[in-house]
Design a protein around this ligand. Structure first.
Ligand SMILES: [Zn+2]
Length: 442
């Protein structure tokens, strides 16, 4: 059927996340003009909305679309390019030189389309990104009909995209103006990390973001070396430095946060700053553990990101949620931490809160945007079902996500992406890899 504007979805189970954490069985959800207009028992919907087109999803669980809070989408083109190295060596000897040689607007466009395909097929409807040529990222997202926060990168050193901090800042402001009309795109500021951005520039970012009420996303406390170097150079821990420069607050998202002492957590708590946990990337680069139990015990908002495909190497957020849940239990010695529902909250309502979009995203509530995904739970690994949320988090495979809507528009139907031509996207990615591989064999 041609995707209708107003329709009903009748899944076997529905988890709204808010207000109800428990699954609803045999409920229907009604979408009108891109928003959720009703959630009610299926027989009542049958009566009340006669004639509306209906998606009957008899073996499916419907949940809010997953929100991947941190990544570098275009780096899918460097997936598997360099593995098994410490963070600084990986960056300085492998990633940064490869980026200098290859990254341009087309690289970003092609790599982002590949990333978006992977994310849509695994249940993600919103992603946050931080990479060069962010205009190309935004264009790829718009083409796919995907929602995106773009943290426009800021560094002190030149890249193929900008020449110095001032240039990065100006380009970020221009980007804001350019994509203002697009409701799927939110432009934020992305100071790369405390060790690549000066005090002056960080203060500028704090000032702009405060004036524009825009979000900030920064890599922070990613490795032990970052803390050591900061104490040597500035006489304080990185998070203290950001706090002193006015960078922390409810609009700020700190990514990684593996090296935390009580004083650091006091600052997060006091300023209502969000943490983006990227467990696979932290494990792969052997950077340490984000203390999720201590953070959540303090009421600090924790969400989840995959990080880029060069350091994960997968953008499967469902797998990342499972990793976060298991790791939190193993690391804290407390199996009750990040139970299935709380884990799902991290990737839905907590992420919406971090984005400042809690009133629009992150749950299947009346009045919110119809960003939602359905997963089919009839395969062997999902059978039998006592609790569909347990099944989703602990055993389901993300290749069973079947349908996805963003702003009420169908972007995946029976695993077919409606706006993208996947064979051409994978073909372009393979072509890039041939060029990159060919050059490194010279
Ligand atoms: Zn990152």
């Amino acid at each position: 059927m041609k995707a209708p504007a107003n329709f009903i979805v009748s899944p076997r189970w529905l988890v709204s996340v808010v207000p109800k954490r428990a699954p609803l069985e045999n409920y229907s959800l009604v979408v009108q003009s891109g928003k959720i207009s009703d959630v009610l028992p299926a027989p009542e919907a049958e009566q009340k909305y006669q004639g509306l087109p209906k998606y009957e999803l008899k073996d499916h669980l419907l949940i809010p679309g997953l929100i991947n809070m941190h990544g570098h989408a275009a780096m899918t083109l460097l997936r598997g390019y360099a593995d098994d190295l410490p963070l600084m060596q990986w960056l300085q000897e492998e990633i940064w030189p490869a980026e200098t040689r290859w990254v341009d607007a087309q690289f970003v466009r092609d790599g982002t389309s590949l990333a978006i395909s992977e994310m849509l097929l695994s249940g993600t409807t919103t992603f946050s990104d931080q990479y060069f040529f962010p205009g190309s990222t935004a264009e790829a997202a718009i083409e796919a009909g995907m929602r995106c926060q773009i943290a426009s990168p800021v560094l002190e050193f030149p890249s193929n995209w900008a020449k110095d901090a001032k240039d990065y800042l100006q380009k970020g402001l221009d980007l804001r103006d350019e994509f203002r009309p697009h409701s799927l795109i939110e432009i934020a500021s992305g100071p790369h990390a405390p060790y690549t951005v000066s005090d002056n520039t960080l203060s500028e970012i704090a000032k702009y973001s405060n004036e524009l009420q825009s979000n900030i996303q920064v890599h922070l406390h990613e490795s032990a070396q970052e803390i050591e170097d900061s104490i040597k150079e500035f006489g304080k821990r990185p998070i203290q430095r950001l706090y002193d420069l006015g960078l922390l607050g409810p609009n700020t998202q700190c990514v990684h946060m593996t090296q935390l002492i009580a004083d650091d957590m006091d600052l997060l708590e006091k300023t209502n700053t969000s943490v983006v946990h990227c467990p696979s990337s932290n494990l792969k680069l052997a950077n340490g553990f984000c203390p999720v139990k201590e953070l959540t015990d303090r009421g600090i908002n924790v969400c989840i990101g995959t990080d880029g495909a060069a350091s994960n190497n997968s953008l499967d957020l469902l797998a990342e949620i499972r990793m976060a849940s298991l790791l939190a239990k193993g690391h804290s010695g407390d199996p009750t931490i990040l139970d299935a529902v709380s884990s799902l909250e991290c990737a839905t309502i907590n992420a919406a809160r971090a984005l400042g979009m809690e009133d629009q995203l992150g749950s299947l509530e009346v009045g919110k945007q119809a960003d939602m995904v359905a997963i089919k739970l009839d395969s062997p690994e999902s059978t039998p079902i006592y609790n569909p949320i347990s099944q989703l988090i602990y055993s389901a495979n993300s290749s069973n996500f079947s349908h996805s809507w963003i702003q009420g528009k169908l972007v995946m139907e029976d695993r077919k992406l409606t706006n993208l031509h996947l064979p051409s996207i994978t073909k372009r990615a393979r072509h890039w890899a041939e060029r990159i591989r060919g050059a490194s064999n010279d």
